[in-house]
Design a protein around this ligand. Structure first.
Ligand SMILES: [Cu+2]
Length: 444
């Protein structure tokens, strides 16, 4: 045990100093409440090994009673005692080697809370660290989306039936296409999953919908977007993949101040280059962009070329993620509510995939057909480089246009082949007109 010395954790900055000063033992301070009453709301299994915590990023809700069940493993480097210290939540627990520990606390303060191993032995404990994110929860326990959960929370419940596909515009006297876009705070209904469970989730959506309405213009159009923020956040709008002038780029702290609640901002740019692009929040700063994206602030921006050869079917497919809810929507809906790709035999079908999630990639797989990847990030793939595929991965921030000929009548799946995403709703169906679905009850 002589290699293990324990420091009070508030001295994060002092750690480095101690390494060099030979200051060793400052005593152990056990400040966690001996027990937190009642059953936990959240139980998280963790591993404390040399030299990491797994997981090292934990998200809970404000007010949650959290139980961490922490195993300490030992590796080839030996058997080490560890500890977990979450200064800002008042947690400071020793984790003896080879045992399982239960550490409980109330996540009573929203925000980011660093934790780390507070054992110092000259080895790598100082690498053992992580973060607990306590999400603000002004409407307690709305997690399962049942009506009673949010009825006291004064937000409109909206779903795909309230959504519009394409945003209308007015043309001003100078020929500028003028759009009105508003960030709004809503409860968004992603639809019932195959088990009949509803997923109504607190969201921020452009014009109150997820994804935001499609903005469709022609290359070279002068565009003005009157943006109003009615969501309780500071935010910006970025025109992803569009060669806008710098003042319209929507980057907080660089091109503009974030737009506060009830404030407005006007974006003006020429729509170029053509292709499948999108618009999305850039947050109030770089730390909350991901959260704002996943809460719903993204929508498609299609810039048609001047000579647009319209395919028979032109389907926009915004892929998003609500990891906390375990769902991966397409066009703001989870399967089986995702709007079908409706085709007739012989149709040329274009699907414009847009990954508007913050974190995960989606290997999108089409059954029964091969498709050509005709554009990446909105830019056309030269004909000689076009690949014939049936799976194509779309990474966060990427757009991918594919085209196929509807030559195999039926009802075909088009789904994410990260199968937990498919399980979370990321499935669309390609449905042929007139195809009789009389096989569902058959067993082969
Ligand atoms: Cu996926």
């Amino acid at each position: 045990m002589d290699r293990e010395f324990i420091i009070p954790s508030i001295f994060v900055a002092a750690l480095t100093l101690m390494l060099f000063s030979g200051l060793t033992y400052l005593g152990y301070e056990h400040i966690t409440e001996a027990s937190v009453e009642g059953e936990p709301d959240v139980v998280i299994d963790m591993l404390a090994d040399d030299w990491y915590f797994e997981p090292d990023k934990i998200t809970v809700s404000e007010g949650d009673h959290v139980r961490l069940v922490i195993e300490t493993e030992h590796s080839e480097t030996g058997t080490y005692d560890h500890g977990i210290h979450i200064p800002s939540l008042g947690v400071n627990e020793p984790l003896a080697a080879g045992e399982t520990h239960e550490v409980e606390f109330i996540a009573d303060e929203a925000g980011e809370h660093q934790f780390y191993c507070n054992v110092y032995c000259g080895e790598g404990h100082h690498n053992m660290e992580g973060e607990i994110i306590v999400e603000e929860n002004s409407h307690e326990d709305h997690g399962d989306g049942t009506e009673s959960d949010y009825e006291d929370y004064d937000l409109p419940v909206r779903g795909s039936e309230d959504a519009i596909e394409e945003l209308s515009y007015e043309t001003d006297s100078e020929g500028v296409k003028v759009f009105n876009l508003t960030a709004e705070h809503v409860m968004w209904d992603y639809g019932e999953d195959h088990l009949g469970q509803s997923h109504v989730v607190e969201s921020w959506g452009y014009n109150g919908q997820l994804p935001g309405p499609e903005i469709r213009v022609t290359e070279g159009d002068e565009v003005r977007i009157n943006f109003e923020n009615k969501a309780p956040i500071n935010t910006t709008v970025h025109w992803h993949g569009v060669d806008v002038p710098i003042e319209a780029d929507g980057v907080p702290g660089i091109t503009q101040e974030p737009v506060g609640e009830d404030e407005t901002f006007t974006y003006e740019f020429t729509a170029e280059p053509s292709g499948t692009r999108f618009y999305h929040t850039h947050g109030s700063d770089h730390t909350d962009e991901a959260e704002q994206m996943d809460m719903g602030l993204a929508g498609p921006l299609i810039i048609e070329p001047e000579e647009f050869e319209e395919p028979d079917v032109d389907y926009t497919m915004v892929l998003s993620e609500r990891i906390g809810e375990g769902i991966y929507p397409i066009q703001g809906q989870i399967y089986p509510n995702v709007p079908a790709i409706e085709v007739e035999e012989g149709d040329l079908v274009r699907v414009r995939m847009i990954n508007a999630g913050s974190t995960t990639f989606h290997p999108m797989h089409l059954h029964g057909h091969q498709f050509d990847v005709i554009a990446k990030d909105g830019n056309p793939v030269p004909e000689e480089a076009v690949q014939e595929r049936n799976v194509k991965t779309v990474h966060p921030g990427e757009t991918m246009d594919i085209e196929f000929v509807a030559d195999n009548p039926g009802k075909w799946m088009f789904h994410c082949h990260e199968l937990s995403h498919a399980g979370g709703g990321m499935i669309a169906e390609v449905v042929y007109d007139g195809y009789e679905e009389d096989h569902s009850a058959e067993h082969h």
